[in-house]
Design a protein around this ligand. Structure first.
Ligand code: SAM
Length: 291
């Protein structure tokens, strides 16, 4: 048979045959490394009973690998120029569906119903366009889709922030948001050389095991995430100073310090030292006080 789409030789051949020009603004860096593709697909733990949703298939390097493992594959690609190429190179795989859309505009609940009715679990597997990593991942997590896990190639720094623990400089509101919905795990660091064209940044593969329920109980998720945001407004300030600026601009510090004490949090701590449990407690105490 033919060589796989992802080999450097076949990739160059496809790009040439269709006269494809890479668009930097769409984050187009295609994978040409078999080992990395193996690692990505392995990390998702797919079998013939699973579905895979790919975001940004490019010319189908990863899509083909998913097709060889999963029972149903849907790939959402924003770039119209890639659609005829994908239909052509993926024609040997009838259980692959290509959709031409911006993933941020897709009704994912509907997509899951339409495309994944026949499988018993679904993973998102993607080499993401880096300019929209966070909005895409937050959409996937916040919509509470029936997802098993998310395995994605992203910028290394972003992966480190998502997986960070309290106390370090990488830990922030993104770590908390991601960890509220999932258990992140760094799979591997990836050099620029596995892509064409090569991106300007280092990459990493991260696996987010989607939680069935959050690790902490909060009365209002909206309020919880607001308190988190407020606590990181100025990273170098204490939690008391950040919360005062956001919630108590007019009052003295006493009320705020009393509420922090009630939540068991020293006012001199910084936002980056608080765990999810502490943020949940803080949000609960503030909410109960009408704040
Ligand atoms: N999966 C391919 C690979 O690994 O070789 C291509 C990955 S490339 C980093 C990202 C892909 O996402 C590109 O094909 C790009 O056109 C597509 N893309 C960018 N923004 C998108 C969006 N908002 N919705 C869907 N696809 C998008």
């Amino acid at each position: 048979g033919r060589e796989e789409i992802s080999t450097p030789k076949r990739t160059k051949e496809i790009i040439q045959r269709y006269g494809f020009k890479f668009k930097k603004s769409l984050g187009q860096n295609f994978l040409i490394d078999q080992n990395i593709l193996d690692k990505i697909v392995d990390a998702a733990g797919l079998d013939s009973e699973s579905g895979a949703l790919e975001i940004g298939p490019g010319i189908g390097a990863l899509t083909e690998r998913l097709a060889l493992t999963a029972g149903a594959v849907t790939a959402v690609e924003i770039d119209r120029r890639l659609i005829p190429i994908l239909r052509d190179v993926l024609s040997p795989y009838p259980h692959v569906k290509v959709r031409n859309d911006d993933v941020l505009n897709v009704n994912l609940q509907e997509l899951f119903k339409e495309d994944f009715a026949s499988v018993n679990k679904v993973s998102v597997v993607a080499n993401l366009p880096y300019y929209v990593t966070t909005p895409i991942l937050m959409k996937l997590l916040e919509e509470k889709l029936p997802l098993d896990n998310i395995v994605v190639m992203i910028q290394k720094e972003v992966a480190e922030r998502m997986a960070a623990s309290p106390g370090g400089k990488e830990y922030g509101s993104l770590s908390i948001a991601v960890q509220y919905y999932s258990e992140p795990e760094l799979v591997c660091i990836v050099p620029r050389t596995v892509f064409i064209p090569q991106p300007n940044v280092e990459s990493a593969v991260i696996r987010l095991k989607v939680r069935e329920r959050p690790p902490v109980e909060v009365e209002s998720e909206k309020h919880f995430f607001e308190v988190v945001q407020a606590s990181f407004t100025q990273r170098r300030k204490t939690i008391a100073n950040n919360l005062k600026a956001r919630y108590f601009p007019e009052e003295g510090r006493e009320r705020l310090e009393a509420l922090l004490a009630e939540a068991g949090i020293e006012p001199t701590r910084r936002g980056e030292t608080l765990s999810l449990e502490e943020y949940a407690r803080l949000s609960g105490v503030l909410l109960a006080a009408g704040i």
